[in-house]
Write a protein that binds this ligand. Structure first.
Ligand SMILES: [Zn+2]
Length: 384
């Protein structure tokens, strides 16, 4: 195979950045005639770098996508109990995806090895090798330095203490590894395919056992300098409040999270309830449970007013067990924003419930999309 012409490389870059496309779309994107596109696609097909996908057999015009021969992308995402790995072509077409379970009690070292083994297996099943990988997206459910991969030692990240997930995957697969917090990746999935689709500037807020957030602008997660952005659960609501797992007092998650609300229910009423019972009581209109729910919603709403004043999102997507299960919870948050935020925010921001739930496959696929949004990844992958 001889080196590709600049137009052929541009065509590949367009497919990688924008996904499979029709010839007419490629002609428009490249600013060339359809005849030129046909010449280019004939050449690239002959080299085995692109192929016609065939969504409708017999259709006159078929989508054109990149082949695994041009290279593949991988996404590995760890959550408390699971690891999901996804392998996709450079244009984002998923080739393989699988979720391993029962990893909660496994040591950090063994959990990393299980994730890497899973990725190795998925590659092998498609007759691919680590050498076919062009970039890897790694999402871990802890505070990890996006540059060095270091997991910062504190109680909240003890499950990952003592390992460097980024270095492990970089060495094992000899590929550039881009990292993200798993919660933020769930937010990107919601931005791409859920309640956030069609909006450019989305604040994703997950309220369940913890509280996390992700801010997406034009398809990119705003991670901060080292990936530390979005720790909404540890923003302090009251410095004299209950002690938090992070060592501070009065963090948001000490008011608006499942453990905090069960704690308040237990201390307030003497009843020890689990989450299912708490939700059932809320639906029956139990006054004590509704009061706890209302207080949590108000505190979350007040904290979100501060956040919205800082970043002015187009919409807020509320995700997680709490807004999904508790009647009226999201409405209280919405009303607080409407009534107490400054007018520019209050009159324009909308609050939506998440649509995807915890869809591991979608979240891992969002890691693939995250890679495809990085200019350097696209440029290197198409430099053939
Ligand atoms: Zn905290």
């Amino acid at each position: 195979m001889t080196a590709l012409t600049p137009n052929a490389q541009r065509l590949l870059r367009t497919l990688v950045a924008d996904g499979p496309a029709y010839r007419a779309d490629l002609a428009r994107a490249l600013g060339v005639s359809r005849a030129t596109v046909t010449n280019l696609t004939n050449r690239l097909s002959a080299d085995g770098l692109i192929e016609e996908t065939d969504p409708e057999p017999g259709a006159l015009k078929n989508l054109i996508g990149t082949t695994p021969k041009l290279g593949v992308l991988a996404s590995v995402m760890f959550l408390v109990d699971t690891c999901t790995a996804t392998v996709a072509t450079l244009d984002g077409t998923v080739l393989k995806s699988f979720t391993l379970g029962q990893l909660a009690e496994v040591s950090a070292t063994d959990r990393l090895a299980a994730g890497a083994d899973l990725l190795g297996r998925l590659l092998a099943e498609r007759e691919l090798t680590p050498g076919d990988l062009r970039a890897l997206h790694l999402a871990v459910d802890t505070q990890m330095d996006a540059r060095s991969g270091e997991v910062y030692a504190q109680r909240a990240s003890s499950r990952w203490y003592g390992v460097n997930p980024k270095r492990y995957f970089t060495e094992r697969f000899a590929v550039s590894v881009h990292t993200e917090n798993s919660a933020r990746l769930e937010g990107l999935a919601e931005y791409l395919w859920g309640a956030g689709r069609g909006h450019d500037n989305v604040l994703y807020v997950d309220v369940s056992y913890g509280v996390t957030a992700g801010h997406m602008i034009k398809g990119q997660i705003q991670t901060g300098a080292r990936g530390g952005s979005g720790e909404l659960g540890h923003t302090v609501y009251d410095w004299n409040g209950p002690l938090c797992t992070c060592g501070n007092s009065g963090c948001l998650m000490q008011y608006a999270s499942i453990p905090a609300m069960l704690r308040d229910s237990s201390t307030g009423t003497g009843r020890v309830t689990d989450w299912e019972e708490f939700v059932a009581l809320a639906h029956e209109g139990d006054p004590a449970v509704m009061a706890i729910s209302l207080r949590a919603a108000k505190i979350l709403g007040r904290v979100l007013i501060n956040v919205c004043h800082m970043i002015d999102p187009e919409i807020v997507v509320l995700s997680g067990e709490i807004p999904r299960a508790l009647p009226g919870f999201a409405d209280v948050v919405t009303e607080l924003l409407r009534d107490h935020a400054l007018p520019l925010v209050a009159r324009n921001v909308a609050v939506h419930l998440a649509e995807l739930g915890y869809d591991h496959t979608a979240s891992a696929r969002a890691g693939i999309e995250s890679l495809r949004a990085i200019d350097d990844v696209v440029a290197e992958a198409t430099n053939v």
